[in-house]
Write a protein that binds this ligand. Structure first.
Ligand code: KG4
Length: 336
């Protein structure tokens, strides 16, 4: 029997969740999206300040919703990385303060591993598993031979896919976070613009900066010629190529690795075209697919709580002088 309180503050969501023996008692998320929208992306310093302002209210609400007191908590989990250093620091300091005050263990949780384990809210993970992590800051294929065993088998060489969606959206004058309007507009558009496929090689790696630059150049050239941009068509053309890169690498991974289940993780896993492509490829293939519910695709502490429980059972706790790591690798989740 254990009850864990988890804090997520890696980017622009302040979130606290409470879990008791696998049952999620509360998951409160305060998003800062509106505050960052006018800058067209997340302003790191502003994110840290807003975490400081919001965290106490989020904590109160999480405790009230779960109907528990801080004295009842057995361990405090927090996102140690990857993420924005200032933002991570706020969540970590809150977790440390509570752990010291209530003399309870501190559990450092890897944000992307949390995204993978969020899929346990849908159904049990089955190994060997391929996890496709697609978010604002990361694009990785992580292979798991067994539970809590992470091997990065492919990663982006430059921009993350979500970052690319956001920058393309900004170029087209669409609001932040750009993945959402691009996804929506793509449904009304046709693939009429020619864009280069980002990476032709035998690896499982990704590249998105060339695709982003190609869209920016195309927009500038069309404007110079006095041509109007067909925004929905460009969104569809871009999205096809961005998602096509993931599907190309998936095909290669399926040939190279023994895979029983594929799980999607991260903010871009909300993309409707990526979801439908995954179903098209994997349904009736004998390989199981987990697509996380939309609430789980954006950052939240429920996923940190879920993974925090596993780590607590494994006896993985941190010393009180632990620091955040904005570049923490998933295969080093036991090293801090
Ligand atoms: O997981 P997340 O919060 O980022 C990190 O923690 O790094 O995901 C945010 C990203 C943003 O880049 C946003 O544009 C993208 O997820 N996103 C989408 C969609 N919804 C959010 N991208 C494509 N299609 C969507 N429907």
């Amino acid at each position: 029997m254990s009850m864990i309180l988890a804090i997520e503050s890696s980017c622009d969501e302040t979130s606290i969740a409470i879990i008791k023996d696998g049952e999620l008692l509360s998951n409160v998320v305060a998003t800062q999206i509106e505050m960052h929208q006018k800058y067209g992306g997340v302003m790191p310093e502003l994110a840290s300040r807003l975490h400081c302002e919001n965290v106490i209210f989020v904590l109160d609400e999480a405790l009230n919703k779960a109907n528990v007191k801080l004295e009842d908590i057995d361990a405090f989990a927090f996102t140690r990385g990857p993420g924005l250093i200032g933002a991570l620091h706020v969540g970590m300091q809150v977790a440390k303060t509570l752990a010291m005050l209530y003399k309870k263990p501190l559990i450092p949780v890897h944000h992307l591993a949390g995204h993978i384990y969020a899929n346990e809210y849908v159904k049990p993970l089955q190994f060997p598993l391929l996890s496709i992590i697609v978010s604002g800051g990361n694009t990785e294929f992580v292979y798991m031979k067994k539970d809590m065993d992470f091997e990065i088998i492919g990663e982006t060489k430059d921009d993350a896919i979500g970052e690319c969606f956001d920058k393309v959206a900004r170029t087209l004058g669409l609001p932040y976070p750009g993945g959402i309007p691009i996804d929506k507009l793509s449904k009304e558009g046709e693939h009429t613009y020619k864009l280069p496929f980002p990476l032709h090689d035998d690896s499982l790696n990704f590249s998105y900066s060339g695709l982003k630059t190609a869209v920016i150049n195309l927009v500038n050239n069309e404007k110079q010629k006095g041509n109007e941009i067909r925004v929905a068509d460009l969104c569809k053309s871009f999205q096809d190529v961005a998602v096509g890169m993931i599907m190309d690498r998936l095909e290669r991974a399926l040939k190279l690795y023994d895979i029983k289940q594929v799980v999607l993780a991260g903010g871009v896993s909300a993309n409707s075209y990526l979801r439908s492509e995954m179903h098209r490829r994997l349904d009736n293939s004998g390989i199981d697919l987990i697509v996380p519910p939309i609430w789980c695709t954006t950052d939240n502490a429920a996923m940190i709580a879920r993974l925090g429980e596993h780590l607590f059972k494994m006896g993985i706790t941190a010393p009180i002088d632990i620091s955040s790591d904005p570049n923490w690798r998933i295969d080093k989740y036991k090293e801090f």
